[in-house]
Write a protein that binds this ligand. Sequence first.
Ligand code: M6R
Length: 614
Amino acid sequence: MCGIVGYVGGRPAQGVVIEGLRRLEYRGYDSAGIALVDGGTIVSDKRAGKLANLEKAIGESPLPQVTTGIGHTRWATHGAPTDRNAHPHVSQHRRVAVVHNGILENFALLRAELEHAGVEMASETDTEVAAHLLERELETAPDLTVAMQRVCQRLEGAFTLVAVDALDPDRVVAARRNSPLVVGLGEGENFLGSDVAAFIEHTREALELGQDQVVTITREGVQVSGFDGSPAQGRQYHVDWDLSAAEKDGHDWFMRKEIFEQPRAVADSLLGRRGADGQLQLDEMRLSDQDLRDIDKIIIIAAGTSFYAGMVAKYAIEHWCRIPVEVELASEFRYRDPILTTDTLVVAISQSGETADTLQAIRHARVQRSKVLAICNTNGSTIPRESDGVIYTHAGPEIGVASTKGFLTQLVACYLLALYLAQIKGTRFGDEISQVMDQLDDMPGHVQTMLDKAEEVYALARDHVETRSVLFLGRHAGYPVALEGALKLKELAYIHAEGFAAGELKHGPIALVEEGLPVFCVVPPQGRDQLHDKMVSGIQEVRARGARTLCIAEEGDASIEPYADALITVPSVPVLLQPLVAVLPLQLFACELATLMGHDVDQPRNLAKSVTVE
Ligand code: M6R
């Protein structure tokens, strides 16, 4: 949500800022703007709609070639996505320009105070108050850094703020509380970004900031402090991916590129997990073996696709480790007064590591003194930083709003966690764990096998361009896959799509089935309890009522053929691991259908890649 860029250095700031905003487009936005500092004045332009609108406006009315600037892509919270409400917001006397991500919860009070003092508001946003407050603080503060520290002490809510002062052209000042911000460290230039994609083209050296910190960047350096002015330090790190990872690489969409990267992503997330002695090792775990042995309950918290990965994790952990697992939507978790003890392990799954609901949930858990483990893809993000341990998924940057390789690598991390707990707690023999690890090692190949069937899936998508409703059925580990398939279709094709546990059909959803309704059926592998046969009965029941059954089933499963209007086969793998291959046709289907429908697959309407407000 909202993309933020700041730059000070030797290059024309306009190019650096616009390019940075382009790389942050994936976060989701509905307006864009830029402000530059030009010899004692602020010049700015901001437009509703896509970045192209802003670029067109700048093309018609060029901005000066200066070397300090800030930019923003806005995902509207307070006030409609109009030119007026777009960021940057400029203070009353045009001394300060500000961009902001987050929500200033006490803005109404501050706005009333400013209006009382004679300030006329130019927008309906919460952000604008920050610009006016900074300008007023600058009447007494020695510089923008001190003004920012003072203003931040008055703000409530979540925010990343970045500001420039017309009278101090070589300084950009930013602050963060519960909202993402990273510093890019260059030579004779420095950068600010919502994430490293904003400046990856220029530097791979980054500085992670802590909570409630103010950072000042100049050409010469970076200075960090607390809101109270006390000196502080960020954590410097090297970004382990480069510009090519943030490019489409010949694909029409980042999402499609990311789908096809999944064999490598799965392999990378498995890399280095087995020690010389064959034992499973999780380097970033940080929780001691004794801590893990003491755990008597696990609560998994996550949102969206990550929540579905958590549902699969529940099946795996309970099966291999015999520890009770609850899976909870992060947004609901705090509000039900969950029972947490020091022996509860809370596992937070988040691709971005910045999802506000998940972050607040882990904070709640830590206050109750439960241990928190993050499963996360983004190095330097807030959730792993605030957790007791982390398993990084190593998927590489995920730019498409719809999560794909993020999901697959989360599944891998969940399996690894389950097996690791089984090893520590001794609930499985070493050779059983090794056997599953061997099966996981085969997964990149199986994922590739599924991607080789893309044309089959695209043909299916072509048959469904007129479709307005699709159901997805699954059982056991296939149930979260059904939910994920439905979510992908909702997000990208904007059509009614619902996932159900197949066993629930007769308890209501079957009433939705009518002639020609497409129903994706994720069929469990054969030969495990009655799971498979029950699913086959479910398929027969919907088909008898006119549904068009689109089945995803194990290769060689002859029992499905008579009841499948379309059949996509998946390699033969254990039921717990089947989500890794069964979800691929659903990703490809949603991506292709949305493309055929003319939708923006990478930036679906109303959505943001990382949801940084609650
Ligand atoms: O970054 P996170 O994994 O915490 O994000 C959680 C959800 O917002 C995310 O999975 C969302 O549902 C995706 N757009 C799904 O494709």
